[in-house]
Each structure stands twice: as C-alpha cells, then as structure tokens.
Design a protein around this ligand. Structure first.
Ligand code: A2H
Length: 254
C-alpha cells in the first residue's frame, strides 16, 4: 500500500426491507444503505450479494447528506472526521445493530445485474478495516467466490445465519472483466487452479488475490457496462467518478 492513506470507494447498497431489528429505520426508507468499502469500483457490475460479520457490531449512522449508513462504529468516526457530518468528529448513531441483525437483508446494489441481492455471513471480515461491510464480486474476488460457493454447498451452515437457498442459488458469477489467460472470471479461474475450497485457505487466497488484482489492473478489459472494451486501468477512475456523481458511491480514506 505504500505511503499515505488508502482511498476506498464506499458503495451505497440500498436496504429494501425494514423488518425485525431494522424496523425503527422504516421512516428513513430509501435513504438507508449498507456501505461497503472497495478498492475495485469498476467491478460493481458483478455484484451477487453483500457480506457482514455475524458477530460484528454495527450501527446506523446519520450523514449530513441525509443518508443513513450501516457501518462499523470505528468507520463512523472516520466518516465524521472526513466531513460527512456537520458536527466534525461526531456521528449520530440512530440504532445499534449486530451482523446477525443484517443476515438475509435484501438490498439494491448499484450497477448489479440482479435487482435484489442479499446480505450473507462472512467470518473472515475484519472489523478494523473499511466499514466492516464487504460487497461481493465472485468473478473477480477470490474471497468472495469461495465464500459464496461455500454457502451454496453447505445449506446447513447457511441456515445457522437464517440464509435460505433462494438467497444464494440464483446468484451466478457474472463475467465482467476479461484477463488474457484467465478468462472472464479470473477469481473462479484462480480458485480452480490453486484448488481453493475454503475461505480459511489463507495463503492460497492471498496468492490468488495478488495475482488477479495485479493482472486485472494491468491487462484486464471491461466486458460489462457502458465502458465495455476499455482497459480496467482506464475505466476504473471513470466509473468511480460516475458513481460519485450519480450519488451511488462516495470516498473514504484510512
Ligand atoms: B474488494 P485492503 Cl472484485 N474485511 O472489493 C475483509 N475484507 C474487506 C474488508 C474487511 N473489513 N473491507 C473491504 N474488504 C475487501 C471488491 C474486490 C476487492 C475485488 C477484487 C479484490 C478486492 C469486491 N469484494 O480486494 O486490505 C474488499 O474487497 C483485494 C484486496 O484494504 C476491498 O476491495 O487492501 C478489499 O478487501 C480491501 O482490502
């Protein structure tokens, strides 16, 4: 990562239902978002779901834009310091939530092919990074691919978190970026090649991640969205800025 802060793009995944623990937010419908941090805004065409840590502690925080972001408390402080609240350094927490409260929550994800995606468990999320929410792009992120596949293959594991087959089975990998030698779903290609079957296969996942991340940036070509045909390195800043202008993303540094 080198020197200086890391820039993340925060993607706004709109909450579509307000039942259970989220009921108190019903009057904010349309303005409540799960807000994952990503390094790959150009991959949002390939979203199939969102991930949260079941044991994670989250909150619904009011931003000065009128939006409510569901994020970790730690990142809420970061947002406050970065000008997302009028009262610098203070964020208003409307509601405390756990990751378990978010399991199975339906969302509308910008640029996604699927109209409605679900919030699923991911046990390897670090609450000390980004917002503690991760959006899932199994075509290009090896972690996302093995984690979604495991939930499809192990319905009993999924059921422990209230996840039913209809929340995972219909969501197939969407080919969005072509990398010469890796095909149009480089994460799937690398997981197959290295025989990665579990989200806990740390060393192999790191290798797969490093290789697909580097190759994707240097030689990937967009195959989805209005910038299909462009190089990933060219499309990335364009798509990021378009999403910010459209109000479907914002920037966050840490
Ligand atoms: B990336 P870095 Cl397509 N815990 O977004 C675990 N992982 C997290 C996280 C957290 N708290 N917050 C963000 N992330 C993931 C897309 C993507 C990502 C693609 C390919 C590679 C990739 C879709 N998931 O990351 O440690 C998010 O996943 C490869 C590293 O700050 C975020 O970008 O470098 C990335 O890790 C941030 O990781």
């Amino acid at each position: 990562e080198g020197v200086g802060p890391q820039e993340y793009t925060i993607i706004k995944l709109k909450v579509l239902e307000f039942t259970g623990a989220l009921a108190p937010l019903a009057d904010r419908a349309g303005k409540v978002f799960l807000a994952p941090a990503t390094l790959r805004p150009e991959t949002m065409y390939g979203q199939t779901n969102c991930f949260a840590l079941p044991e994670g502690e989250y909150g619904a925080y009011e931003m000065n834009t009128g939006d409510v972001f569901i994020i970790s408390e730690r990142s809420a402080k970061g947002f406050a310091c970065q000008g997302y609240t009028d009262d610098f350094g203070v964020t208003k927490c409307l509601l405390k939530l756990t990751g378990m409260d978010l399991m199975g929550l339906p969302l509308s994800a910008p640029h996604a092919k699927y109209e409605r995606v679900y919030t699923l468990p991911l046990l390897t999320i670090s609450m000390g990074k980004g917002t503690g929410i991760v959006t899932s792009v199994p075509s290009d992120a090896p972690d996302d691919h093995v984690s979604l596949q495991m939930l499809k293959d192990k319905p009993d594991f999924a059921a422990k978190y209230g996840i039913t087959p209809d929340m995972v089975a219909p969501f197939e990998v969407v080919p969005i970026i072509e990398i010469p030698g890796y095909g149009t779903a480089s994460a799937v290609f690398m997981c197959d090649k290295l025989k990665i079957t579990s989200p806990n296969d740390k060393a192999k996942l790191t290798q797969a991640k490093d290789e697909t991340y580097l190759k994707g940036f240097t030689s990937g070509i967009m195959r989805a969205g209005p910038h299909a045909g462009k190089k990933v390195s060219e499309a990335k800043p364009i798509i990021k800025n378009e999403m910010i202008a459209a109000g479907t993303a914002c920037l966050y540094f840490e």
